[in-house]
Design a protein around this ligand. Structure first.
Ligand code: PDD
Length: 283
């Protein structure tokens, strides 16, 4: 069955759906997005995703394309038309279409595109044995808290990771701090069993999965430290992990080719993976 995309008020087969050449997303990366996980036909953690979308739009002074309720119903209708029980929804809002000019257009209406794909969730092997990451310089701008569609530094870092046979690139700032992954948040567990991850500020995206994982950790009595950690701390960590909507929570078992601890997933990360699966009702 052809995938159906929602584009500015219309449902179209994905292969023939199109946006205007002067869409500001296309010309200026002037837009924001969300990726939402659907399991058993239900979008998961939708409130958190829509809250973040509202924050991203407000930060860029882009008007919401429609009310939250209308957006939810368009999302559900797009899902219904695609008939996928498990899926990843890609939802993008741009400032709209207008003759090319850096200044905000006076009259453009925001564009909304929603596509739905069959998900490529991590394999059993990746969950059991963990994944490798490499470190790369964090070349991004100063507002990484906005889920902007401007992803070129992320794309380049991720490509370097793939070329090195790794799942993800961990981005390192000029002070040697690991901010986050190219498309995921980054964690280590120290010798005291504390879960450490970069604090929420303009250097990272506040991941929906991150917020759920930290909440589950605290409820389970795992000490959470929202504090920057360095590459050297990561090399010396007892455990490491990454999280995102599409990756869930995954053990990181090598960093720049060096095994993390004994090179196998540790018990804190395994516990959190189980709690996250239970949160999604798939335990
Ligand atoms: N990426 N950090 C960055 C830079 C990201 O792009 C993402 C998500 C995350 C994790 O956020 P969440 O848990 O809300 O998915 C962190 C999405 C999945 C993507 O670009 O495909």
């Amino acid at each position: 069955m052809a995938h159906i995309a929602y584009v500015n008020g219309r449902y179209r087969p994905l292969h023939s759906a199109a946006v205007a050449p002067e869409d500001r997303g296309y010309q200026f990366a002037d837009g924001v997005y969300e990726v939402i996980k659907v399991l058993g036909g239900r979008p998961r953690d939708l409130e958190r995703h829509l809250d973040r979308l509202a924050r991203s739009l407000a930060a860029l002074d882009i008007a919401p394309p429609m009310t939250r309720r209308a957006l939810e119903s368009v999302l559900h209708e797009t899902l219904r038309r695609n008939q996928l029980a498990n899926a990843l929804v890609y939802l993008q809002v741009t400032r709209g279409t207008a003759p090319r000019n850096h200044l905000f257009p006076k009259r453009a209406r925001p564009s909304l595109v929603i596509t739905v794909r069959r998900p490529a969730f991590p394999s059993e092997r990746e969950r059991e044995q963990g994944v490798g990451v490499i470190t790369q310089p964090d070349l991004r701008w100063g507002r990484c808290d906005i889920k902007s569609i401007s992803l070129l530094p992320n794309v380049l870092a991720r490509q370097s990771a793939a070329a090195a046979g790794c799942r993800e690139a961990w981005l390192v700032d000029r002070e040697g701090i690991v901010t986050e992954g190219s498309a995921s948040n980054a964690y280590i567990v120290d010798a005291a069993g504390r879960l450490i991850t970069h604090p929420l500020n303009q250097r990272i995206l506040g991941g929906v999965t991150r917020s759920v994982v930290l909440q589950l950790a605290r409820q389970d009595g795992i000490e959470v430290v929202e504090q920057a950690f360095s590459v050297d701390q990561a090399y010396a960590a007892r455990e490491a992990a990454l999280s995102s909507t599409s990756s869930w929570l995954l053990p990181v078992t090598s960093i720049d080719g060096r095994p993390v601890s004994n090179g196998m997933p540790g018990h804190v990360v395994r516990r959190l993976m189980a709690l996250y699966a239970a949160h999604l009702g798939v335990a």
